[in-house]
Design a protein around this ligand. Structure first.
Ligand SMILES: [Zn+2]
Length: 256
């Protein structure tokens, strides 16, 4: 712990890789795993280009629901700690960049400004004809399906959520930025994401391989844990879910 503090105090360019574990504490559903259903479907059934081609209105209903759910959710102490960390370090000429897999914008709402949303966001649309990306906070979004579509002049194409679906590639421009950040950072924090799934599976070990310290804050150890210099995987027994979640944000506060 003391060693980590010293390391943290010296770091000038910190990359935070965040995942679903950070949003879980805000009660954001992932529609994956046991009990994770919307009607009778899970995310991997509907969050695909094939599902959208087959039935765009059903996929939009799913995303409409997810957007509406987010109106009832708030950033939690982990989001706020990360945002405060950025603000505080900025005053010292130091930089924090958050690379998130989450599409719920809770980091943004907590005040994080240096943010790469590698899986897109629930609150942007992309035109399937001309590719135009637009912010969209309309509630409900569904009337957009009734013949409105893309608002670019003369387009009117069908809009889709600007999120990366199963089987789709990440935006190469964003990946380039991610690479730049990973190559440049002198400390990397992995928060609330198992290092078995892409992209943390690739990003953090890439940083560790340069000899740069990586600190992992997760509920459980993951296959990559042993490759990181610092780790905090103090999860309790599975039944103590609420308590375990609190550990994540409380410990994060301790560090920043
Ligand atoms: Zn268009």
């Amino acid at each position: 712990m003391a060693d980590f503090r010293t390391c943290f105090a010296k770091a000038k360019h910190i990359v935070v890789i965040s995942g679903a574990g950070v949003s879980a504490e805000s009660g954001v559903p992932t529609f994956r795993g046991a009990g994770g259903y919307w009607r009778t479907w899970q995310a991997q059934d509907l969050a695909t280009p094939q599902a959208f081609a087959r039935n765009p209105s059903q996929v939009w209903e799913f995303y409409h629901y997810r957007r509406e759910v987010m109106l009832t959710k708030e950033p939690n102490p982990a989001h706020r700690a990360i945002a405060e960390c950025e603000a505080r370090l900025q005053g010292q000429g130091r930089r924090v960049m958050v690379i998130t897999q989450n599409i719920d914008e809770l980091h943004r709402r907590a005040g994080t400004r240096n943010l790469l949303e590698i899986h897109g966001t629930l609150f942007k649309t992309r035109c399937t004809s001309c590719g135009a990306v637009a912010e969209n906070y309309k509630s409900p979004i569904c009337p957009a399906l009734l013949g409105k579509g893309c608002e670019e002049a003369g387009c009117g194409g069908l809009l889709r959520p600007h999120v990366v679906w199963f089987g789709e590639n990440l935006d190469p421009a964003i990946l380039e930025e991610v690479d730049r950040e990973l190559a440049f950072c002198d400390l990397c924090l992995v928060v609330g994401t198992s290092s078995v799934v892409y992209p943390a599976a690739m990003f953090a070990p890439q940083v560790a391989a340069r000899g740069v310290p990586v600190a992992e804050f997760n509920m459980e150890s993951t296959p990559a844990t042993d490759r990181f210099r610092y780790r905090d995987n103090r999860g309790g027994p599975p039944e103590a879910e609420g308590r375990r979640r609190c550990v994540l944000s409380r410990d994060f506060y301790l560090f920043v």
